[in-house]
Design a protein around this ligand. Structure first.
Ligand code: IPD
Length: 268
């Protein structure tokens, strides 16, 4: 377990840097935004602002803490020697950003010795900044967060997301057809980090997705955990690329059981 003062320092730095990246993106969004290139599929876009945001975050973190490692969605990858590693999504919700929908965020998490200890999910277009410290709680703009008290899956509002490849999306839609009749309703809002923060705030009861990368869930996962969500994957595994679930405690087990019943949940 990290000692608190270090984690608090990391959180303060992450907050400053996320605010700077957010300002850059809001200014950039006022001009033309176009997909510059694609990654896993033609719809998996990268804008020049994804790259500019990651460059700014990486540079600011390196200036402040030159010995730390960093992993970023747009390619930053350095091991570091301090035991601290930053995990950065310079724009989570890139498609929303491209379409000028407000649900996008800069997500920055700090790990110490492989454990996420601090996280910031900064959503300038929503005017919201979520923060969390391991064993120190989660907050929205400084106000403490708590998950919902929902007690049955049938009453749960559940979010999910879809990957970018046709194969993954086809499998995900097949799983979804089993979920939809068993929950209150489904939402697909387009930014995993913000879905996790919404679970933390009780504005969603649960979120699940297959295929997430560390930068999608590192900061938001800590926000959800610290607000009382149960976070994990299939068969008692930690949440990861195979499956990532965050839910209010009473519905975590039933939701994972429902997802595990479908052989397509772990195939694509
Ligand atoms: C994506 C978003 C989306 C989720 C995808 C992610 P990106 O991240 O979080 O909600 O469904 O799986 O890849 O590409 O916008 O950074």
């Amino acid at each position: 377990m990290a000692d608190r003062p270090v984690a608090e320092e990391l959180l303060a730095l992450a907050l400053d840097v996320a605010a700077e990246a957010g300002d850059l993106l809001v200014r950039g969004r006022a001009g033309d935004v176009a997909a510059e290139s694609t990654k896993s599929s033609p719809t998996d876009v990268v804008t020049a602002l994804d790259r500019a945001s990651e460059e700014l975050v990486a540079r600011r973190l390196r200036e402040a803490r030159p010995d730390d490692g960093i992993l970023g969605e747009e390619g930053a990858d350095a091991a570091g020697t301090s035991g601290v590693r930053w995990i950065v999504d310079p724009i989570d919700g890139t498609v929303n950003f491209l379409y000028n929908l407000p649900n996008w965020a800069v997500s920055i998490a700090a790990e110490i010795d492989g454990e996420v200890v601090a996280g910031v999910v900064h959503a300038p277009a929503l005017g919201r900044t979520y923060t969390a410290l391991r064993a120190g709680g989660a907050a929205l703009d400084g106000r403490p967060l708590r998950v919902s008290a929902v007690d049955s899956l049938t009453m749960a509002l559940v979010a999910t997301g879809f990957g970018y490849t046709v194969e993954r999306r086809t499998a995900q839609v097949a799983v979804l057809t089993r979920v939809v009749p068993r929950v209150r309703d489904i939402r697909r809002m387009g930014a995993a980090s913000l879905d996790l923060c919404a679970v933390a705030a009780g504005t969603l009861d649960a979120y699940y997705e297959r295929g997430l990368k560390p930068w999608d869930h590192a900061a938001g996962g800590l926000v959800a955990t610290e607000a009382g969500a149960v976070v994990g994957g299939l068969d008692g595994a930690p949440g990861g690329e195979d499956l990532y679930v965050a839910a209010s405690p009473a519905i975590f087990g039933p939701l994972v059981d429902l997802l595990a019943q479908d052989p397509r949940a772990d195939r694509d």
